[in-house]
Every structure is written in C-alpha cells, then in structure tokens.
Design a protein around this ligand. Structure first.
Ligand code: HEM
Length: 175
C-alpha cells in the first residue's frame, strides 16, 4: 500500500487547480468579448479576484510544502521519470506565482487598482506605466501558454500512471 498525500495537500491541490482552470477559461472568454460591456467588466473583476486568490493560496501552499515532505515515488519508477516529475512540479510552483503576478502587474501598469471582491484595495506596488503595459500583457499571455503546456504534461503523466503503469500514483492525490 502506497503512502498518500495528506488532506491538507489534497485540498490545496484541487482548490488551486479549480481556480486556475476557472481563471484561465474566464481570461479567454472575457478578452474575446468585443467593446466594453457590463458583463465584460464583471468577468474581468471575477478573473482578477480568482487570480489573486490563487496567488495567496500558492504562497500558503509553498510555505506549507517547505515544512512537509511529499510521499516518495513508487520504487518501480525509473530515475529519469522521478527527475522529470520533480522538475515539472517545480515549474508548476513557479508558474502558480508568475502567472497571477504578471496579471496583477499588468493591471497596475494600466493604472487600474485591484479591489479584492470589491471590499478593499490591494497594494499598488507599481505606478501606471503605458510603456510597460503592452509588454506585461504579452508576458501574462505567454506565461499562461506555458502554464497550459505544463498542466497538460502533468495531466498526461497522471493518466499514464493510472492506465499504463497502474501504480496508484493518481490515487495518492484523490480524496
Ligand atoms: C491563475 C491565475 C491566472 C490565470 C490562469 C490567468 C489567465 C489569463 C488568460 C488565459 C488571459 C487571456 C489572455 C489573452 O487571450 O490575451 C488573461 C487575461 C488577463 N488577465 Fe489573467 N490570469 C490569472 C491571474 C490574473 C490576475 C491576478 C490578474 C490581475 C489582478 C489578471 C489580469 C488579467 C487581465 C487584465 C487580462 C486581460 C488582458 C487583455 O486586456 O488582453 N490575471 N488571464
């Protein structure tokens, strides 16, 4: 019987996964709406709130992870696969921060403050900057494409473990 992830790790994993997928889809949908409409503005707000929540949860998750080890990989897994899994997990942690942070900075560069759930304004850590704005927009877009690629690989690996290797690795992250 394999060692499982703890309930804390499982809650962090799936909560962040749902918020990232939701923010990603919302990002594509909202930027596709022509002109400026109340619906578009509402979607932009929801997108930003979901993204900022990902950033906050990612920080908590990283702090938690640094003091708790992950269960070891099955002995049957070749060393290169363990290395690849480790590298991809590191990349996912990095993108969990870089993607929302780039969106946050892009919004500030446009001179728009982020008011979390309409309740309080988040720190304005950067002044409006019309020159940086198009650059940060591109950075947010391409980091998102990188994130989509990394999540795709992560998903493919999980399915390979489940249906080809049949080594119970996916079950360790299921409630
Ligand atoms: C996990 C977090 C996030 C994900 C997955 C995500 C994803 C995306 C995606 C896929 C787009 C569409 C890009 C395009 O087609 O041009 C987008 C656009 C955008 N995002 Fe994010 N985002 C996240 C966090 C944030 C945060 C925290 C903010 C700001 C507080 C933000 C602000 C924006 C804005 C303003 C746009 C519109 C860009 C434009 O005007 O073309 N995002 N995001």
């Amino acid at each position: 019987m394999q060692e499982r992830y703890t309930i804390t790790a499982i809650v962090f994993h799936w909560l962040i996964a749902v918020l990232i997928v939701g923010a990603f889809i919302m990002g594509l949908v909202m930027t596709d709406i022509p002109g400026i409409t109340p619906t578009k503005l509402k979607y932009y707000s929801w997108h930003k709130w979901a993204g900022v929540t990902v950033l906050a949860l990612a920080a908590l998750r990283l702090l938690w992870r640094l003091s708790h080890r992950a269960p070891p990989y099955p002995a049957s897994m070749p060393a290169w696969q363990k290395g690849a899994a480790h590298g991809l997990h590191g990349m996912l942690y990095l993108l969990m921060f870089a993607v929302p942070l780039s969106g946050y900075l892009y919004t500030l560069s446009a001179g728009i403050p982020v008011v979390y759930f309409g309740l309080f304004e988040l720190p304005v850590i950067m002044a409006a900057d019309p020159e940086l704005k198009p650059l940060l927009k591109g950075v947010h877009y391409w980091l998102n494409m990188g994130l989509a690629g990394a999540v795709g690989l992560h998903l493919a690996a999980a399915l390979k473990h489940q249906f080809i290797d049949r080594d119970g690795v996916l079950k360790r992250m299921l409630p």
